[in-house]
Write a protein that binds this ligand. Sequence first.
Ligand SMILES: [Mg+2]
Length: 434
Amino acid sequence: MRSTASVLHLDLDAFFAAVEQRDKPSLRGKPVIVGGVGGRGVVATASYEARVFGVRSAMSTREARARCPHAAFLTGRFHAYRETSGKVMAVLRAASPLVEPLSLDEAFVDLAQAGLPDLEVATVAAYGEELRAQVAEVTGGLTGSVGIGSSKFIAKVASELDKPDGLTVVAPGTERDLLRPMKVGVIPGVGPATNERLRRAGIHTIADLEAVTEDEMVRLLGNAHGHGLFRLARAQDDRPVVADRETKSVSSEGTYDTDLTDRKLMEGLLARQATHVGERLRKHGLSGRTVTIKVRLHDFTTLSRSSTLPSPTDSGPAIGRVARSLLADLDTSGGVRLLGVGVSGLADWIQEDLFGETEPEEPEVELPALPSTRRSYSPGMDVVHDEMGPGWVWGSGKGVVTVRFETARTPPGPVRSYSVDDPALAPAPVPTEG
Ligand SMILES: [Mg+2]
């Protein structure tokens, strides 16, 4: 923890939905839900107008439809999100050499490196407002919420306090008073499992947590987590802002005291590691094409085998399937003492057509790709009509696609329907990234 409030956290508000509302004037002020629209789809982002109806990220699209049937349900346009994110990150990088993006719509900025005259609360608050104004300007009106504090933890907590479109500075020295009434879940790393363990011990708030001794905390949560949580409960967080932390790969591995010989067990362990890798990829908004397994044999020979997929994935089951097939090619009859799964060749975000689908419970049988004979138009997608010009897909089905003709720079536009085979209509070219 620093003595100044010099860590800034910016979190764009309802980012994917806000980009859609910017580019689709008829949706401004209306409930918009971005995510998987198929049977197993989940909500990625809901606009604030949809949140009023109880729609939340990670909710199944089915439930979101029940709660807010009149919302616009759109699949993602990731090129637009990446492009907009790039502009925001450029604003932040111009402000400080130390910018640490967490995802497309979130980043830490080290204000101690920003060249400010001082780091007084009033100075950093004014600078935070200036950054918010610049973000709105370069993104065509998107809002972001800013938190500023003496550590990453406090900055992140602070950016939630006046969301959306707000700014909160936590003055140095007031951190613990701020945290005490909050639920333990605001602490990074306190997920559902830890939360439940703490709840059973009667610990609900950070004030409750503060009353627990370090020994007791370690008994409750184990060594690594216990010490860390003891410190965070006291707002002690010295994690630096790390610029351009480029994740080259995400992996999970385990070493075993006894040599493993049971193939089924090894497959199960790989599947579990793959699930873990998938979770971490999704958490950081990443996906990758190359799946690698690492196997250390009883004689300490270490083998690795890789396979590269045609398109990036962040799906645990998909990673697991590749990992198991790679294992099938190795002779492990002598026993295995280490197993690991990794994914590399990371991209910013998952390929669009895989986005937002939850995984089936049962392992899927691989099906050969079916040749696609028709153009597919997903809701929200950009299209161009020879005469009408640019628009977006409002809906499609039964061979008909309905388009609204409008862009970020036009007023709300007219709606027309066409046959999906209409030669005058085509998906808009997606700008290539440089
Ligand atoms: Mg956000």
